[in-house]
Design a protein around this ligand. Structure first.
Ligand code: P6P
Length: 339
């Protein structure tokens, strides 16, 4: 009967978050409402991504985004969908999107107490070749009162986030989220249109056998990064070399790291000292999740979540993954500091 109970006792993401909320009697369900709107956005993007090839959505929208990258139609569509879903939730006051140079301050009638930072379709340069891409989001509570939100409300260190997650659009559509009490994975059942809990209480292996980095940047790496990658390839302690897996889509690379262990890195280098990934809506949400799953995330100088961003699109190097593997990287950077 247990199997039957499992099949009929569907733990949907909405039910799961409601259960979570009951732990905070003071909460008026605002977070649940906000999350429901994020989930709606994910369902829409999932459907659009899966039909992209057919719907001729592939191909350039002709505009370029603030990053100077050509926006594909799905980028524009995803950004519009999430913007509208978040504003209509009536629970947000500031929105920061990878696609928009300036933050969006929600008008008074629709304003709520949450600030959402998000990349509506990360890895979108991979759309045409069918590589998994994803939405990444982080949620802060507004620092002061809702009446006059300011940029300070989103320039908070990642450790202040109340929740973070990503939705990966791949062979299946999977939403991985943490509200600060562990990490849970939900898989979209298209026949129900519901995200069902399939990966409860996800934990990253303490140590892994995979390293994930764009080796094409090797000539620009600094000492510790080069030394760590060398150790992965030519271990001196008699262990076997690690495998290199690099998809070039952060959501896919981080999802594999969370499930299998190891390290995902986008280091800074001589050419780009702050690396490529954005603090607010790539580094912070992924670091939040990996820490909640028992791993850690390091910038080369400090714990990633301790970073205090100065600008909404600023970048940071990132080394995240299995606790023991990131410890090794931290030791190499500490050595360089001493030298
Ligand atoms: P590179 C995709 O464009 C992205 O923003 C992340 O999803 C991914 O991890 C990274 O850039 C890949 O960058 O320089 O290795 O192609």
């Amino acid at each position: 009967h247990a199997a039957d109970a499992q099949r009929t006792d569907l733990m949907t993401i909405t039910r799961y978050v409601l259960n979570e909320q009951t732990k905070y009697p003071a909460s008026r369900g605002d977070f649940t409402i906000l999350l429901n709107h994020i989930v709606l956005g994910c369902k829409f993007v999932c459907s659009s991504v899966s039909k992209a090839g057919l719907a001729k959505l592939i191909g350039l929208a002709g505009e370029t985004n603030v990053q100077g990258e050509e926006q594909k139609k799905l980028d524009v569509l995803s950004n519009d969908v999430f913007m509208k879903a978040l504003i209509s939730s009536g629970r947000t006051c500031i929105l920061v999107s990878e696609e928009d140079e300036l933050p969006t301050f929600v008008d008074k009638p629709n304003r709520g107490k949450y600030c959402v930072v998000f990349d509506p379709l990360d890895g979108s340069s991979n759309i045409d070749c069918g590589v998994s891409i994803g939405t990444i989001f982080g949620i802060y509570m507004i620092k002061d009162d809702v009446t006059e939100p300011t940029l300070e409300d989103v320039l908070q260190p990642g450790k202040n986030m109340v929740a973070a997650g990503y939705c990966m659009y791949g062979s299946s559509c999977m939403l991985v989220i943490s509200t600060g009490a562990g990490v849970n994975g939900f898989t979209l059942d298209p026949s129900l249109g519901e995200f069902i809990l399939t990966h409860p209480d996800m934990k990253i292996p303490k140590k892994g056998k995979i390293y994930s980095v764009n080796e094409g940047n090797a000539k620009n790496w600094d000492g510790p990064t080069a030394k760590y990658v060398e150790k992965c390839k030519f271990p001196t302690d008699g262990s076997s070399p690690k495998s290199l897996r690099y998809i070039g889509s952060m959501v896919a690379d981080v999802h594999r790291t969370l499930l299998y262990g190891g390290v995902f890195m986008y280091p800074g280098d001589k050419k780009s000292p702050n690396g490529k990934l954005r603090v607010l809506y790539e580094v912070f949400p992924m670091s939040f999740l990996i820490e909640q799953a028992g791993g850690q995330s390091f910038t080369g100088k400090q714990r990633s979540l301790d970073l205090v961003p100065q600008k909404i699109h600023e970048r940071s190097p990132i080394f995240l993954g299995s606790y023991d593997d990131v410890e090794e990287i931290k030791a190499l950077y500490a050595e360089e500091q001493k030298a």
